[in-house]
Design a protein around this ligand. Structure first.
Ligand code: BTN
Length: 263
């Protein structure tokens, strides 16, 4: 079956959302850039763009997302109404962790939504929003999953820190099947953002790396913050307590664990 048709078929079999439009590209710059153009042109919610390779894949914090063949590169358009927008990245992380579990891979979430297996990155999510006077017009959610990416072909720094579904022993993982699982789980957790947002935070917490109480460093646009990780709140923000006892609330950044230096 043709790959786009396989995705639509799998999605229907799972009772997932109906996609009003689906573009499947052999290669493109970035699925999120393409979908943003469609969003600006008025495309409806749940329009999806998939690429088999990206030449300009983008990650969080302005990074590049290596996008060779063998990965899933997908962007989906959301048009939130009463959904709590700040929790969309967390809901997407929960959805993706559940999706990969369907292929036999148990992952953990690192705030806000890195999907890790044994500390190595399996998948990432980039949520980009556009707002106007009336609120958030659209969110383009970009999902990258290392399905069967050749890890040896990745740049040195990434080879040490990345993993793939294939390397984790996933069963029957085709990008279209992973896409269907991710979209089906996303529609469930996206609905929960309207009806029970607290459940999204609880589900995220249940799958988070167990760093509560540990010393972490968060790189933010405004500099580095260090402290013990104390909580995630109902808006999806992270709370740290600094060595001086101050409590800090963070809404974005890159978290890493700080190992205590042995005396
Ligand atoms: C991260 O840095 O962890 C987020 C990575 C998001 C990558 C995906 S791949 C599909 C979509 N298109 C992009 O250019 N980026 C996102």
């Amino acid at each position: 079956m043709e790959r786009a048709a396989a995705l639509v078929h799998d999605l229907a079999a799972r009772g997932g959302p109906r996609l009003p439009a689906l573009e499947w590209h052999d290669e493109l710059g970035s699925t999120s850039d393409r979908l943003k153009d469609l969003a600006r042109g008025g495309a409806p919610a749940w329009t999806v763009v998939v690429g088999e390779r990206q030449t300009g894949g983008r990650g969080r914090e302005g990074r590049t997302w290596q996008s060779p063949k063998g990965g899933l590169y997908l962007s989906v358009l959301l048009r939130p109404e009463s959904e709590r927008v700040s929790l969309i990245p967390l809901a997407a992380g929960v959805a993706l962790a559940e999706a990969v579990l369907e292929f036999g891979v148990r992952a953990e979430l690192k705030w806000p939504n890195d999907v890790l297996v044994s500390g190595r990155k399996l998948a990432g999510i980039l949520a980009e929003a556009s707002s106007s006077g009336s609120g958030v017009d659209w969110v383009v959610l970009g999902i990258g999953v290392n399905v069967a990416v050749e890890l040896d072909a990745l740049p040195d720094a990434l080879r040490q820190s990345a993993t793939s579904l294939a390397a984790c022993g996933a069963r029957d993982a085709q990008p279209s099947a992973v896409a269907a699982a991710a979209l089906a789980r996303l529609s469930v957790w996206y609905d929960a953002l309207r009806t029970e947002p607290a459940r999204v935070v609880a589900a995220w917490r249940a799958q988070a790396v167990p760093w509560w109480g540990a010393l972490v460093e968060v790189r933010t646009a405004g500099g580095e913050r260090r402290g013990r990780l104390t909580a995630i709140d109902e808006e999806g923000a992270l709370w740290l307590e600094t060595p001086a006892g101050a409590r800090i609330r963070l809404v974005s950044g890159e978290v890493s664990r700080v190992r205590a230096i042995e005396p």
